[in-house]
Design a protein around this ligand. Structure first.
Ligand SMILES: *Cc1c(COP(=O)(O)O)cnc(C)c1O
Length: 381
């Protein structure tokens, strides 16, 4: 990031998230390239990133959104209205189906029992298409909590449970078995999908490849993705959808924090005004180590600190980092890649304030998108 951008972000009140418009556009250009090269449709998986203030920008580049339920679908309808809205959930509630049928163009069911339960009502809506999520029982994800094909998974229909006589009214299949992976994984996954469900694909109108495609990562092989899409399109005469979440806003946001205190217990410890548990929960859940601009791994640069939150949770530690100079109270730290799975997952545990949300515009200036305060804590309790 440029010195000027670092300066601008460092002048904002902390903690705050900053969405990097230029980086977001860079990602969207790559996704649009995939659409243009193949005719496929790219959908933002809102689960990863729902900062609707930039939905108008996103809608200039890709075909629409996908949702995990009524609230995300409604958000897409309100904020990205004239684009495609897809929805999938492990189970839908009766109360939500009427509205979903009004606002979604594609509804994907997780089981034949859900499909049969809603089928009559569904088929009265001629302009909505219905699909089923399948579980090809093939995944290269090593972290179980992110593996939809893990033993006894509830996500998707296995071949053994596929009721081929109940397909009338179903126009597509959906699979989602990847996480932060490259297109070689997709290629191998498609083999498994074809082996198990290929014979049904000839009668389908579309196939949704799910998310987990790390398309905007520098080493991602986009040309291989394109050939995978073309291959499936041509072999089965299908429309292809992909629904990346991460890839849309990968490396397109920051979390800025301030140093509140520096203490010692065998090592130097800095208390920040941000919390792993509240503001970047994947750091603890995944777990992973976020990058901080100007820092390195512990003991690489001369001054090493453990960075901790101002909550009372003992394990609310972001990690150990080294810096070229001693940290001082009031210093600003900028965590990178904080657009995805951050704002959508944050919480006010322990009375922590939610970080405000800013946009870093392409001209380098910042704009406040959303301010939070005490009422956002109180109103949820
Ligand atoms: C989470 C999810 C996505 C998006 O996954 P990313 O890893 O963020 O790309 C897409 N589709 C479904 C069904 C999901 O559950």
């Amino acid at each position: 990031m440029s010195e000027n951008n670092i300066k601008n972000i460092s002048s904002l009140p902390t903690p705050c998230y900053v969405i990097d418009e230029k980086a977001l556009i860079g990602n969207l250009e790559k996704l649009r390239y995939v659409e243009q090269k193949t005719g496929c449709h790219v959908l933002l998986a809102q689960k990863a990133f729902s900062a609707y203030h930039v939905y108008p920008l996103i809608s200039e580049y890709i075909s629409g959104t996908t949702s995990s339920g009524i609230f995300e679908a409604r958000l897409a309808h309100e904020e990205m209205g004239n684009k495609q809205i897809h929805v999938y959930a492990p189970a839908f509630k009766d109360d939500d189906m009427d509205e979903l049928l009004k606002i979604c163009g594609h509804i994907v069911f997780n089981s034949f029992s859900q499909w049969k339960h809603f089928r009559k009502k569904a088929l009265a809506h001629k302009n909505v298409e219905f699909g089923l999520r399948v579980n090809p029982e093939y995944s290269e994800i090593e972290t179980d909590i992110y593996n939809p094909c893990f033993t006894n998974s509830r996500l998707g229909i296995t071949l053994e449970n596929f009721e081929e006589n109940e397909l009338e009214g179903i126009s597509g299949l959906h699979f989602h078995t990847m996480c932060e992976q490259n297109s070689d994984t997709l290629e191998r996954t498609l083999k498994a999908v074809e082996e198990k469900f290929g014979k049904y694909l000839y009668n389908m109108k579309w196939l949704n490849f799910g998310g987990g495609h790390h398309i905007t990562r520098p080493d991602y092989d986009i040309e291989k993705l394109i050939s995978c899409i073309n291959y499936m399109q041509e072999k089965y005469d299908l429309d292809i959808y992909i629904e990346p979440g991460e890839a849309v806003a990968l490396n397109a946001g920051y979390l800025a924090a301030s140093v509140l205190d520096i203490i010692k217990n065998n090592m130097n410890i800095a208390i920040l005004d941000t919390s792993a548990a509240c503001h970047m929960p994947d750091v603890l859940e995944m777990p992973y180590r976020p990058f901080i601009i100007g820092s390195d791994k512990p003991d690489i640069l001369p001054y090493t600190y453990r960075l901790g939150a101002p909550t009372c949770l003992a394990g609310d530690i972001i990690g150990d980092y080294s810096f070229p100079a001693p940290l001082n109270i009031g210093d600003k730290l900028i965590f990178t890649d904080m657009a995805i799975y951050s704002m959508v997952k944050n919480n006010t545990f322990n009375g922590m304030p939610l970080p405000d949300i800013y946009l870093l515009k392409t001209d380098g200036t910042t704009k406040l998108l959303k301010k939070f305060g005490y009422s956002d804590f109180k109103c949820r309790l």
